[in-house]
Design a protein around this ligand. Structure first.
Ligand SMILES: [Zn+2]
Length: 268
C-alpha cells in the first residue's frame, strides 16, 4: 500500500501504486465493507493484509463499483463475503471477463501468472437503481446514476460521514478511461453525482478529491460530448474535434470516436 487516508471514523481510502488505485474500506461494529478488490488474488491478499492492520474484524461485504478487472478480479479471496454490484456488472464480467484477462495479460506480461489463477467471481447481490446496506452503525448507500465509464457504474455514499466513493466515473490525475464508456450519457451521470455528493469524493484512481474537482471533470466530459455533437452537425471535422478535446490529441481520439459511435447507435 502506498498511502492510507482516514476520511471519517472507520472510513479509509487505501491508495495503491498499481494503476494509482483507491480502495475504500468502511469498518462497522461487526464486519468490514470493502469497495473494489483490485486485479488479482495476490493483490487482494495484499489488500486483506492491509485491512487486517486496521481491524481484526472480517470483511463481510464487498462492493464492486463496476465490472472492470482492476475492481473485481480480487473478489474470490474475500468469499464468503456478500458481493454487491449493479445487475449489469454481473453481465459485463460474464460477457467480457475472459477478454479482460487476456487483454491485461498482453498489457502486463509480468502479471500473467497472477492473472491466470484469478477465478472470476461476479457479484451475487445485485440491484438496478439503489440499495442501502445497514452496516450496523451507519447506512451505506449504493446508487446507479446512469451510464458513464461503463453501463454499470455505481457510487457508494456514506451520508453520515460525508464521503462518496465514485468508482471510475471520476479519475484524478489522469484522463478518464472511455474504452467501455458512454460519452454522451456520462455528463448527465456526473451531474446526478454532484447533486448527491458530499464534500469528500474519492475517485477510482488518483487523489482523494472534492466537489470543485468533480465540477472540473464534468466540464471535460461535457466538452467531449459537445465536440462529438459538432462533428455530427457537420460544423467541424473529426480530427479537429480530437485536437480540441481536453485530454491531449493522443488521449482524446478514443473519447471522441466512442462518442461518435454512441451517437450512431453502435453501442446499444
Ligand atoms: Zn474502470
Amino acid at each position: 500500500m502506498e498511502r492510507i487516508v482516514e476520511l471519517g471514523p472507520g472510513v479509509f481510502a487505501l491508495r495503491y501504486r498499481f494503476y494509482d488505485q483507491q480502495i475504500g474500506v468502511v469498518v462497522g461494529p461487526d464486519g468490514v465493507l470493502v469497495i473494489d478488490t483490485r486485479s488479482t488474488h495476490a493483490q487482494a491478499a495484499e489488500l486483506r493484509a492491509d485491512i487486517a492492520r486496521l481491524t481484526p474484524l472480517p470483511v463481510t461485504i464487498v462492493v464492486n463499483t463496476h465490472g472492470h478487472y482492476d475492481h473485481c478480479f480480487g473478489n474470490r479471496p474475500f468469499r464468503p463475503a456478500a458481493i454487491w454490484g449493479h445487475v449489469r456488472c454481473v453481465a459485463m464480467l460474464e460477457r467480457t471477463g475472459e477478454r479482460q484477462r487476456a487483454e491485461m495479460r498482453a498489457e502486463a506480461p509480468a502479471l500473467a501468472a497472477e492473472l491466470n489463477e484469478v477465478v472470476i467471481d461476479p457479484p451475487d447481490h445485485t440491484f438496478d437503481d439503489a440499495v442501502t446496506i445497514d452496516l450496523g452503525d451507519r447506512p451505506v448507500e449504493l446508487r446507479y446514476l446512469g451510464r458513464g465509464h461503463t453501463d454499470n457504474d455505481i457510487v457508494v455514499r456514506l451520508p453520515d460521514d460525508g464521503v462518496l466513493f465514485a468508482g471510475d466515473l471520476l479519475e484524478n490525475g489522469a484522463p478518464p478511461y472511455f474504452g467501455d464508456g458512454y460519452p454522451m450519457d456520462w455528463p448527465a451521470t456526473v451531474e446526478a453525482l454532484i447533486r448527491i455528493a458530499p464534500d469528500v469524493v474519492v475517485p477510482g484512481h488518483g487523489d482523494v478529491a472534492d466537489r470543485p474537482f468533480v465540477s472540473a471533470q464534468l466540464e471535460d466530459l461535457r466538452a467531449v460530448a459537445a465536440l462529438a455533437g459538432e462533428v455530427v452537425a457537420g460544423t467541424i471535422e473529426v480530427e479537429d474535434a480530437i485536437g480540441r478535446a481536453l485530454f491531449g490529441r493522443a488521449r482524446s481520439r478514443e473519447p471522441i470516436e466512442r462518442a461518435l459511435a454512441q451517437i450512431r447507435g453502435e453501442l446499444d
